[in-house]
Design a protein. Structure first.
Length: 294
């Protein structure tokens, strides 16, 4: 039998004096969420297809004052080379996602399944990095990329500089470890009885069972790298390697305002569509609390 916990009982919901204000409140909250979530996107679309003077004189107007200029999107794509920079961004996002999967799954496997004696210390150290502001670690991280220890390689102006640092995300490592913790220990014991080693257990048992959380890690990595600006600006000084987030401010110096806003809309459209397509898998993975049922 299921029990539903609610502020209002079923009997109270049937009363008109309670049901009507409750419905009105729900509608008001829904409208507020739509305005807060879709408002900026719709305004950016309106500004992207409007003349520059409209965005300057009446930025809060509902519609363009003149003819809708859909050609602004094509102009931004061609003159601003948005497609080229989006390709760089996709390359950065894909590499970051792959690197994050490798680091997070192996680290989570060591901490959750292998459980070495120093595992608790390492888990605490990883957790402690979540309390360090990103801006504080920016300088030492840049110096590390400038001259990688041991190999003494300079990774600036290479995609490795934007792939490797985000891969060591403490948050991703911890959520993967938590998911691995939810896998019944009996599975590992049965695999070891059958003669499977640690690598075989990882590749044939843990990874197939962890597809939901791996999808979450991929989406989080892609979204984070897609919107990142400061770190690519520091390590990718070569314009041919820069993502769209770094290129757009430079495009603004040589194009009109409406073309710049059209480029912003095109750059924003892809991650929004990506989330809408994969939102079910994303929300299901984020909401996993029970892990795998035996």
């Amino acid at each position: 039998m299921e029990y539903r916990v609610s502020v209002l009982s079923d009997a109270d919901r049937k009363l008109t004096r309670i049901r009507v204000p409750f419905i009105i409140g729900q509608v008001v909250v829904l409208i507020g969420l739509l305005v807060a979530g879709l408002g900026p996107l719709l305004w950016l679309l309106k500004a992207a297809i409007s003349p520059t003077q409209d965005s300057i004189r009446s930025p809060l107007a509902w519609f363009p004052s003149g003819e809708v200029q859909w050609g602004n999107l094509a102009t931004a794509w061609q003159q601003g080379h948005i497609g080229y920079y989006l390709g760089n961004t996709a390359m950065i996002a894909a590499g970051t996602a792959v690197a994050s999967l490798i680091v997070c799954t192996t680290a989570g496997y060591v901490l959750s399944v292998l459980r070495p004696k120093w595992g608790a210390v390492l888990s605490g150290a990883i957790l402690a990095t979540l309390f360090v502001p990103h801006i504080v670690s920016l300088v030492p991280l840049y110096l590390t990329v400038l001259k990688v220890p041991v190999v003494h390689a300079n990774l600036t102006n290479t995609f490795w500089a934007v792939w490797l640092p985000p891969a060591a995300s403490a948050f991703n490592v911890l959520i993967v470890k938590r998911f691995f913790d939810s896998i019944p220990r009996e599975y590992f014991e049965a695999a070891r009885i059958d003669g499977a080693g640690s690598i075989r257990v990882f590749t044939s048992l843990v990874l197939p069972l962890s597809r939901p959380i791996l999808g979450v890690v991929v989406l989080l990595s892609i979204i984070s790298s897609w919107k990142d600006y400061l770190w690519p600006l520091l390590v990718l000084t070569n314009p041919d390697l820069q993502p769209v987030s770094v290129a757009l401010p430079k495009i603004a110096k040589v194009t009109e305002l409406n073309i710049q806003l059209a480029g912003l809309f095109l750059a924003l459209l892809i991650p929004v569509l990506l989330f809408l397509v994969f939102q079910r898998a994303f929300l299901r993975g984020v909401g996993l609390s029970g892990g795998i049922k035996a």
